[in-house]
Design a protein around this ligand. Sequence first.
Ligand code: NAD
Length: 341
Amino acid sequence: MKHAITLLPGDGIGPEVVEATVRVLEATGIGFEWDTFAKTGSDALDEFGTPLPEQILESIRRNRVALKGPISTPVGDGFRSVNVTLRQRLDLYANVRPCRSLPGVKTPFENVDLIIFRENTEGLYSGIENYDERLEIADTIARITRAGSKRIIEFAFEYAWRENRRLVTLVHKANILKKAGAMFLEIGREVATRYPGLEVNDRIIDNMSMQLVMYPERYDCVVTTNLFGDILSDLCAGLVGGLGVVAGANIGDGIAVFEAVHGSAPDIAGQNRANPTAVLRSAIMMLQYLGESQAASLVEAELQAAYAEGACLTADVGGSASTTEFSEYLTDRVRSGVRSL
Ligand code: NAD
């Protein structure tokens, strides 16, 4: 049986790292039917008059699974983020971002193993904004709902329980955000009572940022609102070697879009220098979601071995290989791994 997957290469480094990832995935021998949409964001706007054509949403709704590269968003003005719109339109409420150390990648900490659960559809990303030109007042409303908070917190606890994790930390700013922050925290404490086997604590976002860069080993699973989760996941990426290595999944009820934490990296786009590991690790999460656990374990094991060996890594993690050299090297490893199964 072939898996029908919507493929969005995105822009910037997106097409390079997505192509590199697809090559490795194909080496597993699993059948994929890629429903590819090369144009998104500004490229789609030029051709279709919208940065997110309806056919893309229809394809993801039909296939239920997508693999996505980063899509650039203009800063300040221009169209709304395609990434945020996609998550909201498909109700992909849970953004799961595991940040794990890789062997051979030198960072101030070893054995970091954190998972950020970021609420993905509301908060400061709700899109409720207003600018009063006369008074020169700008409003951006951080709307959170009881239902929205409850489902991401329940998702995080359920995941932590299923995966035998030890601790869930609720991250908030309830000292200042007495409505939105307090509601999030209250729901978190209520949900926690249903998981007596899990340790639970809470931290204010500013303190949490310091805690994570000083004592990452004290934390495990972190669940938080949209903006805080976005910022903390880049922070945690910094703990394990940078944005080139951190994966992500946007998950809704029976539908999922897998994408790395990183953006389109215009500073290195088109140079064959980007690290495809982050998208590949997102694809490993996709394989697990598809029930292809043997292939997921094989690719993960070969990736870990490639990093431990260190012979063919990209520049961001201390090597000198290009995107294509790294992906060819890994593809060969996966192919031999499949042969010896
Ligand atoms: P970025 O994540 O694109 O890049 C930040 C830094 O990390 C850059 O120095 C970049 O070179 C490096 N980096 C990122 N990915 C890398 C990789 N795979 N290998 C090696 N180095 C890598 O963040 P930014 O520069 O703030 O954003 C650029 C664009 O991406 C913006 O338009 C932004 O809106 C968009 N963006 C999209 C997504 C998404 O599609 N989900 C996420 C974040 C940012």
